[in-house]
Design a protein around this ligand. Structure first.
Ligand code: ZN
Length: 273
């Protein structure tokens, strides 16, 4: 499932290709995504010019003029591909946005956990998908003091705390393991037990890992590719994720795998406390 660095990479690709283009048409081949696509609402995007591309958590935002916002979520397996118009539709090409004679945007999603909505810039912060999201991890609002405040009294494991999108937007299973390793914090610690210096270590680790992953265009483990169909390169730089039994890069201890809330967590039992 794509996380913040993968979505940021996709957004940067789209930002290089889409602004200035006019949405000439929208074709909906399959409206049954995680929530059904409102075909009539989506048609209101036709004739709009694409101004810019943004991101909020794991949501791709395409800002239009007259003022509208196309919101995409890629779910488990969604892709947004920009390229020349295709004569044939692939089986899982659900939405096709015509962008002129030489370009189109396709939303492809075999597992159909993705989402697509059209809204207005004013209602964007109140949109049901976005309104509960915590701060962006690369923003100033995401501070050690903020984390300490949110973590106070919380008995959930630190891993679950990091995956809680109301605490921080965009962090998923792969980066949670990497971040906790970088912060030298155990995934099983109760969130409420961290000291302020430990929260500061966590904040720094979140930002360091995400910035590095974005610089390497995200992680391609399952089927993630960017808007040009290119895979990321951060999978070669994962320190603990998927490395059960391999030596910890810090101290040589065997990396362990643990299942928390049904999902794998990888950590070093020696240097993560
Ligand atoms: Zn270690």
């Amino acid at each position: 499932m794509p996380e913040l660095p993968e979505i940021e990479t996709i957004c940067r690709g789209l930002a290089a290709q889409l602004p200035g283009r006019t949405l000439a048409g929208v074709r909906v081949r399959q409206r049954q995504l995680r929530l059904p696509v409102d075909v009539e609402a989506l048609q209101q995007a036709v004739g709009c010019r694409i101004e810019r591309v943004g991101r909020r958590g794991k949501y791709v935002l395409v800002f239009l003029q007259p003022p509208r916002v196309l919101i995409f979520h890629l779910g488990m397996s969604g892709r947004l591909r920009v390229g020349p118009p295709q004569a044939n539709d692939a089986r899982h090409d659900h939405l096709i946005f015509a962008l002129g004679a030489d370009l189109e945007l396709r939303f492809y999603d075999p597992r159909r956990f993705g989402l697509c909505f059209l809204t207005t810039p004013e209602s964007l912060p109140h949109h049901p998908c976005l309104r509960h999201l915590g701060p962006e991890p690369l923003s100033e609002a995401f501070s050690a003091a903020y984390l300490a405040e949110r973590g106070r009294g919380r008995r959930c494991p630190l891993k679950a705390f990091l995956l809680d999108a109301t605490v921080v937007a965009g962090i998923g299973n792969i980066y949670a393991s990497e971040i906790l390793f970088a912060a030298r914090l155990s995934p099983t610690r109760e969130a409420g037990s961290l000291s302020l210096p430990e929260w500061e270590r966590l904040r720094a680790a979140v930002q360091q890992v995400l910035v590095e992953a974005i610089a390497h265009h995200g992680t391609s483990i399952a089927d993630y590719v960017d808007s040009r169909g290119q895979p990321g390169r951060f999978q070669n730089r994962l320190r603990v994720y998927g490395r059960e039994g391999e030596p910890c890069p810090r101290d040589g201890q065997s990396i362990r795998r643990l299942v928390q809330a049904g999902r794998s967590t990888y950590y070093c039992p020696r240097c993560q406390r």
